[in-house]
Design a binder for this molecule. Structure first.
Ligand code: ZN
Length: 241
């Protein structure tokens, strides 16, 4: 079976559509949170995500903020402004979808959490210290996360700090060890590569294939500016930051 693993779509429909058409055939879709926030198309992204086969999706900090579950003032000013604009745009169907998202899912050999297994909404796993402290916070072999918008793998090492990989396009990962894997962001990559990021997991080979795909960034930037969302959320898309 092939699983399309996505995270941080961030209301960027153009990037999301590019990923779906680039991914080829897949049997199911797993989404690691932040479907909304920052971009211009929250309802369209939720609607398209809901149509995907075998969908499992968890809640991210932006999803929670749009639903009013967390204080908007915990965001920086420009992120909070985007949340406020999108919150008014959300239709009842999108609200129903976001409302029912789990914070953490454990399924078989895999745990899903947006930020980290010990602090799923907020914590960023950005270094080996934080990764090490999280390996004891879940039981399964594999943990899938998002939130940093950077494709990465943290590999458990019982006798030392975890090692870190930052996979590039077409890199394939396979391991018997425990690891935490981040597919990167569909709608707002932050690894200085503006192309949308995603992963395909082939569970027969047990391989995780990292992929990047270009999309029409300018079209998204125009829609962001037309909605009055802070211009930084438009300009950063062409820089991948
Ligand atoms: Zn995010």
């Amino acid at each position: 079976m092939k699983t399309l693993i996505l995270s941080d779509i961030h209301a960027n429909l153009t990037a999301f559509e590019a990923v779906l058409s680039d991914a080829g055939s897949f049997d199911r879709v797993w989404c690691l949170g932040d479907v909304v926030g920052y971009g211009p198309d929250p309802n369209e992204c939720v609607a398209l995500l809901r149509q995907q086969p075998g969908l499992r999706c968890i809640m991210g900090n932006h999803d929670a903020a749009l639903m009013g579950y967390i204080d908007i003032h915990t965001f920086n000013e420009q992120a909070a402004r985007a949340v406020a604009i999108q919150s008014e745009m959300l239709n009842p169907e999108s609200r129903d979808f976001l409302e029912l998202l789990d914070i953490v899912i454990e399924e078989g050999d895999i745990t899903f959490a947006h930020g980290s297994p010990r602090d799923p909404i907020w914590e960023y796993i950005v270094n080996s210290h934080i990764a090490r402290d999280n390996f004891s916070a879940y039981q399964s072999r594999i943990c899938l996360i998002g939130h940093t918008h950077i494709p990465s793998i943290f590999i458990e090492n019982p006798h030392a700090r975890p090692s870190i990989l930052t996979p590039q396009h077409a890199d394939r990962w396979r391991s018997e060890k425990r690891f935490i894997l981040n597919p990167g962001s569909v709608g707002q990559p932050r690894d200085h590569n503006p192309k949308a990021a995603y992963v395909i997991w082939d569970d027969e080979e047990d391989t995780f294939l990292f992929k990047r795909v270009a999309y029409d960034v300018e079209a998204v930037q125009e829609r962001i500016l037309a909605l009055g969302i802070p211009s930084r959320h438009a300009t950063r898309l062409s820089q991948g930051i």
